[in-house]
Design a protein around this ligand. Structure first.
Ligand code: HEM
Ligand code: HEM
Length: 178
């Protein structure tokens, strides 16, 4: 399909998408190293701080989306099912960017870490008193949700690459240029 003249995402949307994508991939990789007994040193703190940062950036992203010109509709070559599937994955990615950091934060407090370091020497407020059993339980959910989110990200990236290389439409390009 010829998609010339189609408008992509506005520059601020593209910037925050790729910034969050990079942070997310980092958080996932470090998360799995942590969860599998690797000594990750300062990256342990960075996992928690970056995860929390993603939660804040969701708000920034929603604001940016509100105040920038949206892209043209998805290509007409996409079926309704495909469009619904893309929307569902995007929605779940947004939801996971809020739920997963919150879960990690709550679990870490419950596990017994009072002052979770953020950047600039700040610490996250304590949400809950120490309760080891609760902490372990919530970290287990954090683990399974982490696997689910990883699957979402893999689907999302695969879909973007399929659009570009198999369908040869503008879906990946609209996240690269306006
Ligand atoms: C979008 C944000 C986040 C994602 C995608 C994420 C993902 C993950 C993943 C995949 C693991 C490995 C689980 C395993 O294999 O057992 C993990 C572990 C962990 N995460 Fe997160 N996480 C996020 C945010 C956070 C935050 C904000 C905190 C705390 C403030 C946190 C604290 C932890 C802890 C304590 C572990 C367990 C490490 C261990 O078992 O030794 N995470 N995370
Ligand atoms: C290198 C990996 C990635 C690629 C190639 C990629 C590609 C894309 C493309 C092409 C779109 C536009 C789809 C459309 O027009 O509807 C998009 C949208 C989106 N992406 Fe990604 N993405 C990547 C990583 C991520 C990650 C890690 C996240 C989650 C944190 C994410 C979250 C989203 C969301 C929520 C949208 C919907 C539009 C928006 O609200 O910004 N992406 N992505």
């Amino acid at each position: 399909m010829d998609d010339h003249g189609q408008r992509g995402y506005a520059l601020p949307m593209r910037m925050i998408h790729w910034l969050m994508a990079a942070i997310m991939l980092y958080v996932i990789v470090v998360g799995f190293l942590m969860g599998n007994g690797f000594k990750v040193g300062k990256h342990y703190d960075y996992h928690r701080a970056s995860g929390f940062l993603l939660m804040l950036l969701v708000v920034v992203r929603l604001l940016i989306y509100r105040f920038t010109t949206p892209p043209s509709p998805l290509p007409v070559s996409m079926s309704t099912l495909q469009k619904r599937a893309a929307e569902a994955v995007h929605f779940l990615l947004y939801a996971s960017l809020i739920i997963q950091p919150f879960l990690g934060w709550y679990a870490t407090n419950a596990w017994g870490v009072k002052n979770i370091p953020f950047f600039f020497g700040w610490t996250l407020p304590q949400l809950v008193e120490k309760d080891r059993d609760l902490g372990n339980f919530l970290l287990e959910i954090h683990h399974y949700l982490g696997l689910f989110i990883t699957a979402l990200v893999v689907i999302h990236i695969s879909a973007a690459l399929m659009h570009h290389f198999a369908y040869k439409d503008n879906v990946l390009k609209r996240m690269m240029k306006t």
